[in-house]
Write a protein that binds this ligand. Structure first.
Ligand code: ZN
Length: 394
């Protein structure tokens, strides 16, 4: 049991985090299900999502940085080859066929509702048959062509202030963004090579950015289990950056209690508070939860099952909170972590941030791929809501 974790429990007042509008304004995030690879990572506003030799068969879309004074949400509808238009869904829900059966999307419609519709335009374009991008369409118009045998193999969506000019064909929002997309595009996981999932608990903190810098430099990924009470305004950019670099964000509860000691309703609100905050910040819904102290029981798993979360533990414990030593943390990871392991660290610990370069380089030199927990699970079997996992060894 971790002292830092205990402190959180003692210090935190049970409340939902306050989210305020970030500078960049309203954005859309999206994730696509590819016919051969399954669900891809979440991308942020105006990113090209393309998969070679694969088509898209399902989508999920969310909003981030929604101004508090504006109600409404994102609504979307997909046309599936052979099935036609499915019912419209909204705000993070999956639609399409996420089942590896040959049912590509042919067209999509994306729009905003409520006050958002009056304040913003939402633009969508799709890549058809890996050849041609359509022109931008906006506010619920058809992106793609249904019924003529074309398949959607890529998608790009962006939100602009109402009445402003349509986005240029190639205007990724910043050079920084372009660089990130290039890195993401280059990366692929080799299922035959060993892989490890590094995980960081109790953030985000002022040290999280250092960890992201190292991950970016080495084209590696990790999973961050965040505490709701830490999702304060100053930490919003680092969470958004983590996602845009292809890392995974998991739920570590609002105020870090031992969930086995709490009532069902408290367990529920501890999970929901983080989920609500992450939706507001990133437009994404986490599907991993790490219970504080690794403590769970049947009641907790039942809640996770209902809410669509897998319970993620660990197989290598660095005890970084105890040693506060970058040397010790590095040594533990490099000596103990093996193929399929989930490694527990804390991005609340400066020593772990300082150990990162040696850890990432050391593991990569030994031939390990550094992947998110969901990526590891996808390579090694199943990730089921309401089930607990401490590793994905072969
Ligand atoms: Zn913790």
């Amino acid at each position: 049991m971790c002292v830092v974790c205990m402190l959180f429990t003692l210090l935190s007042i049970f409340s939902f985090p306050v989210i305020t509008k970030a500078e960049d304004g309203l954005g859309v995030s999206y994730s696509a299900f590819f016919s051969q690879n399954g669900w891809g990572i979440w991308y942020m506003d105006n990113s090209n999502v393309v998969s070679e030799g694969n088509y898209i068969s399902a989508l999920r879309l969310g909003l981030y940085n929604q101004p508090q004074e504006l109600n409404g949400t994102i609504r979307y509808q997909v046309n599936v080859s052979g099935l036609g238009w499915l019912d419209e869904v909204e705000n993070g829900a999956e639609t399409g066929k996420a089942d590896f059966i040959q049912e590509p999307l042919e067209s999509v419609r994306v729009k905003l509702s409520g006050n958002l519709e009056e304040a913003y335009d939402i633009y969508t374009k799709v890549l058809q048959n890996n050849e041609t991008w359509t022109n931008w369409v906006k506010n619920g118009e058809d992106a793609g062509t249904a019924g003529v045998g074309t398949h959607i193999t890529g998608i790009r969506i962006t939100i602009r202030a109402k009445g402003s000019e349509a986005p240029n064909e190639n205007d990724e929002k910043t050079d920084e963004k372009k660089k990130e997309q290039k890195n993401l595009a280059k990366r692929s996981i080799d299922p035959n090579k060993p892989m490890i999932a590094l995980t960081f608990d109790d953030g985000p903190s002022e040290h999280t950015g250092i960890i992201l810098d190292v991950l970016e430099k080495y084209n590696a990924r990790a999973t961050f289990f965040v505490i709701g009470n830490n999702l304060k305004e100053k930490n919003i950019p680092v969470v958004q950056r983590a996602i845009s670099l292809g890392n995974e964000i998991g739920n570590h509860t609002v105020s870090h209690p031992d969930l086995t000691q709490k009532s069902t309703s408290v367990v529920s609100s501890q999970i929901d508070g983080v989920e609500k905050a992450l939706r507001e910040i990133t437009g994404t819904k986490p599907n991993l939860l790490r219970p504080p102290y690794g403590s769970y029981n049947r009641q907790v798993l039942n809640q996770l099952s209902k809410k669509g979360y897998a319970c993620i533990l660990w197989s290598v414990d660095t005890l970084d909170w105890k040693t506060k030593s970058a040397d010790s943390t590095t040594k533990t990871v490099l000596e103990k972590a093996k193929d399929g392991d989930i490694v527990l660290m804390h991005d609340s610990q400066k020593s772990s941030a300082l150990a990162m370069e040696r850890i990432v380089k050391g593991l990569q030199d030994k031939g390990y791929q550094l992947v998110t927990v969901s990526e590891l699970a996808k390579q090694r079997g199943q990730l089921n809501a309401g089930k607990a996992y401490s590793s994905f060894r072969r």
